[in-house]
Structure formats: structure tokens, C-alpha cells
Design a protein around this ligand. Structure first.
Ligand code: BES
Ligand code: MN
Ligand code: ZN
Length: 500
């Protein structure tokens, strides 16, 4: 990850390849938001903005020659949009503007960032956004292509708070958060021939060592241990693949924890749909069907690195959903962990099968609250689109997740679990079906199914099907490919739980 430091120096006097400043939209057109820039340079940019096609809108990033009076070679303008009523821009706007600028600087070595920070929360957002934007996945690129795509290596953030102790703490948190989000993105972006259940489990062990997450214990259940433990859902989904499934438990247990939280993640390393095969068009994106498990792993590691006084156990439900000769069939009846039976009416509704087992395992071990996170339904994308995730569950936990998401700048929206959908669980032969004949309300039905495995533990389900993987253009601090969505919300939820 990029190396990020704070500086109290005038940013124009800092030697770097690029200087990043903000622009905003006003009734008089574009305004440059940087007191320290040479006055004539500011006047030139503001006067020529219409001819340069610049408005100061969010995600508008433009590189210009910096000229005399600025030590950096290149000046980067990044749009902040309109000021809020109180004259500031807000944390998420700053986070995105910093991220968009650093993303635009791929292939450049160093940058100094001089965005307006009204307080230390703004500074934290700028630092976090810059690090989140300075991301590149170059594992499968050679030579020149890798160098061109490489993220900025050195970032200096110019701020009046450079010497404050709490600013330093905020920057340390930003580093941990960015490591977690980057680690999540890396796993998602790893091709499915390289990342399958066994290698995902190895990656979990390696990440604990690499990130120096002290006090974290990783336990891996292989297919034999899964059979002994009664994990019928994970085994059924994994049986069509030559690569057997795994359950990885990642436990962080501080002394005298304020509460005990379980995080359960869907880790389908590739989802072909199984015998209920998916059509070709949407299939390549199913390399991202393990985004929930990746987010869980890195959230637990981040909680440990921050030393949160909350016990957090992650359950990564890992399987590859393939239509091999031993694959489960539509019509199979399976016995889930805990003993409930499921008639598998559609093998493409596999996520809820692995998650049901994971939820039972979490609940058996006794937690104050359980969150689960999954790229669970296409219906989530239909209902909320590619940038807003759904959250369902026990009213209080669901609302706490929504509040945590709002605070960290991730978009989640609460969805209901209407009582009438319970009837759609009915099977002619088993306790329930995994896929209802009625497609309406698919995201809600999936949550109603999961609820069957949660018992009375307070719980929320995060459906990140759309937002987990960005198949469109990059924006703000969000790259194409794996986004890492959910990590910041779950970490924020844990921090709030620690404070309660
Ligand atoms: N992994 C998919 C859901 C998904 C769809 C994630 C699009 C990301 C983007 C999941 O396993 C799935 O196939 N769900 C089915 C369920 C249906 C068969 C009840 C779906 O949503 O179509
Ligand atoms: Mn599926
Ligand atoms: Zn799936």
C-alpha cells in the first residue's frame, strides 16, 4: 500500500510529482479551493474553466502543468461539487474526491494532497479516500502495463492538523481500513482458477501473518471435517466441483470483550449456477461471488489490528458451485447443519445453502449478534442497483448496520421481511425449499430463508450482490472489479458495538 504521511508545510513547496487540489461548483462557475496556490494560477484556471470544460463536479479530475511557484510538476484538480449549507463539503465528498484524484494518478510515484479539511474528521476522510483510490491490481499484468497501472507510492496530505495526536490516530485507522479494503479487493480480483476454497483458506492464514493481526486464530475445516460436523449445505454446493469446500473460522478474542460478534460470509469462489446453469452473459462476474467471505476475513483482521475491545469471529463459507458429475440435482433433499432439511429446487440458489450452515455454526457458539454478508441475489441488483446494498434482519441490528454504513460513507438501505413470504418456504417433501416458485421479492425471500437458521440471536443480513463488483467505470475511490464494500460498514458496526 502507498505510504501516507501528514505535512504542515505549504503544499506548493512540497516536492512531488503531483499536487492535488479541490475545485467546486458555484453560481459564478468553477472555483479553486486552495488558498496556498499562486493567485494568478487560480485566476487563470477559474477564468478559463468554461473553455477547459471544467465545472468542479464530483469525479471531474483534470491534470494541468503546475507552472512556476509550485514545486510539483503536475497540478491535479479534483471536483468537490457544491458546498453544503454550512460551507464545508462533507466527509464522503472529500473521500471520493481524494480517491478519484489518486486513481487518476496511477503510474505516478508521489503526490501531495491539499484538500480543504475543516476538522480532523475531514482529514481522516481525505487520508482514507486517497489510500482507497491508490489501488491497483496488477497480478496478471506484465512489464510496462503493470508500471502504467501501478498505484501512487508516496502520499503527503497537507493539513493544519499534521501535528495533532488524534490526527495521527485517524491516519493509522485509515491505513488499517485501506489495507482491509485492498485485501478484500485483491481476493475478489484473483481469477477463479487461482482462488478456490483451499487456496482461499491458505490466503486467510497468509493474510493474518502479513498484516500482523495479533491474537487472531484461523481454523480450517476440510471436507472430511465438514462431513463430521454436519455441514450439509456447504458440502452439497461443493460436491459438483473437483475442488472441495472449506469452512474457515477466523477468531479475534481480546481480553474482557464488551460483546461477541459473529460475521458470516458467502464464499462461492465461482458460481456457475450448478446444474441450474447460469446463462453465459452474467457468468464471468461470478468470480466475485466470494466477496462476502473476503470482506469478513479482512474486517476481522482490521478489528484485531485496531485492538477493538469486541470479540469477533468470522466464518468463511467456501465452495465452488460447479455442474460436475457429482453435482447436486434440482430435487435433491439435503440436511443442513442443525438438522433442518431443504429441498434444493434450484442449484443456483446456492449461497443461502452455505450461509445457512455458517449461521448455525455461529449461533451454536454463542454470540450477542450475528451479521452475514453475501452476494446473494440478482433481485438485490434489480431493487437497489449497483451502488446501494440491502440490509435486512432484526429491526435493531438492521438499523445499527444502516447507521454504521451512513457514518462510514457506504450506501445501504433497509428492506423488509414481510410475513407472507414465509409461505413460499413450503416444500412438499422437506422443511423448506431453497428457491420459491414465485420470483417476486427475491432479496426478501432469501433473507426469510436465512432467518430459519438464526434462531433468536439478533441478526442482520447484508446483500451486496450489485455493489461488491464494479463492472462499469471507476468512480470516486471505487475501482473497477472488486470494490471491498461492506468492510467499512462492518468495521464501523464493531467500533460502535465497542463504544456501547
Ligand atoms: N451469486 C448469485 C447472485 C448474484 C447475481 C450476485 C448477480 C451478483 C450479481 C446467486 O447465487 C444466485 O444465483 N441467485 C439466484 C437465486 C435464484 C435462483 C433464486 C438469483 O438471484 O437469480
Ligand atoms: Mn447462484
Ligand atoms: Zn451465488
Amino acid at each position: 500500500m502507498a505510504d501516507l504521511t501528514l505535512t504542515a508545510k505549504n503544499p506548493t513547496s512540497v516536492k512531488a510529482d503531483a499536487l492535488v487540489v479541490g475545485t467546486c461548483s458555484t453560481s459564478d462557475g468553477l472555483a479553486v479551493v486552495a488558498d496556498q496556490l499562486p493567485q494568478d494560477l487560480v485566476r487563470q484556471i477559474e477564468t478559463l474553466a468554461p473553455q477547459l470544460g471544467l465545472t468542479g463536479a464530483p469525479d471531474e479530475v483534470r491534470k494541468l502543468p503546475a507552472g512556476a511557484g509550485v514545486q510539483a510538476d503536475v497540478l491535479v484538480l479534483t471536483g468537490l461539487g457544491e458546498r453544503q449549507a454550512d460551507g464545508t463539503f462533507g466527509a464522503e465528498t472529500l473521500r471520493r474526491a481524494a480517491g478519484a484524484a489518486l486513481r487518476g494518478l496511477a503510474g505516478t510515484a508521489s503526490a501531495v494532497v491539499a484538500l480543504p479539511t475543516a476538522d480532523e474528521a475531514d482529514l481522516a476522510a481525505v487520508a482514507e479516500g486517497a489510500l482507497l483510490g491508490a489501488y491497483a491490481f496488477t497480478r496478471y499484468r506484465a512489464g510496462d502495463a503493470a508500471a502504467k497501472a501501478a498505484a501512487v507510492r508516496t502520499i503527503e496530505v497537507a493539513t493544519p492538523f499534521a501535528r495533532s495526536a488524534s490526527a495521527r490516530t485517524a491516519v493509522e485507522r485509515a491505513r488499517v481500513v485501506a489495507d482491509a479494503v485492498h485485501g478484500t479487493r485483491d481476493l475478489i480480483n484473483t481469477a477463479p482458477n487461482d482462488l478456490y476454497p483451499a487456496t482461499f483458506a491458505d490466503a486467510a492464514k497468509a493474510a493474518v501473518k502479513e498484516l500482523g493481526a495479533k491474537g487472531v486464530k484461523v481454523t480450517v475445516l476440510d471436507e472430511k471435517q465438514l462431513a463430521a460436523g454436519g455441514y450439509g449445505g456447504i458440502l452439497a454446493v461443493g460436491q459438483g466441483s473437483s475442488r472441495p469446500p472449506r469452512l474457515v473460522k477466523v477468531a479475534y478474542a481480546p481480553a474482557k470483550p464488551a460483546s461477541k460478534v459473529a460475521l458470516v460470509g458467502k464464499g462461492i469462489t465461482f458460481d456457475t449456477g450448478g446444474i441450474s446453469l447460469k446463462p453465459p452473459a452474467g457468468m464471468p462476474a461470478m468470480t466475485s461471488d466470494m466477496s462476502g467471505a473476503a470482506a469478513v476475513l479482512h474486517t476481522v483482521l482490521a478489528a484485531a489490528r485496531l485492538g477493538l475491545p469486541v470479540a469477533v469471529t468470522g466464518y468463511l463459507c467456501l465452495a465452488e458451485n460447479m455442474p460436475g458429475g457429482n453435482a447436486q440435482r434440482p430435487g435433491d433433499v439435503i440436511t443442513m447443519k442443525g438438522g433442518k432439511t431443504v429441498e434444493v429446487t434450484n442449484t443456483d440458489a446456492e449461497g443461502r445453502l452455505v450461509m445457512g450452515d455458517g449461521l448455525v455454526a455461529a449461533v451454536e457458539e454463542g454470540h450477542d449478534v450475528v451479521l452475514d454478508i453475501a452476494t446473494l441475489t440478482g433481485a438485490q441488483v434489480v431493487a437497489l442497483g449497483n451502488r446501494v446494498s440491502g440490509v435486512l434482519g432484526t429491526d435493531e441490528v438492521r438499523d445499527a448496520v444502516k447507521a454504521a454504513a451512513d457514518a462510514v460513507g457506504e450506501q445501504f438501505w433497509p428492506m423488509p421481511m414481510p410475513e407472507e413470504l414465509k409461505a413460499n418456504l413450503k416444500s412438499k417433501v422437506a422443511d423448506m425449499v431453497n428457491s420459491a416458485s414465485d420470483r417476486a421479492g427475491g432479496m426478501l425471500f432469501a433473507a426469510v430463508f436465512l432467518r430459519e437458521f438464526v434462531g433468536s440471536t439478533p441478526w442482520a443480513h447484508l446483500d451486496i450482490a450489485g455493489p461488491a463488483y464494479n463492472e462499469k467505470g471507476a468512480f470516486g475511490y471505487t475501482p473497477t472489479g472488486g470494490t471491498g464494500v461492506g468492510v467499512r460498514t462492518m468495521l464501523g458496526f464493531l467500533e460502535a458495538a465497542a463504544a456501547r
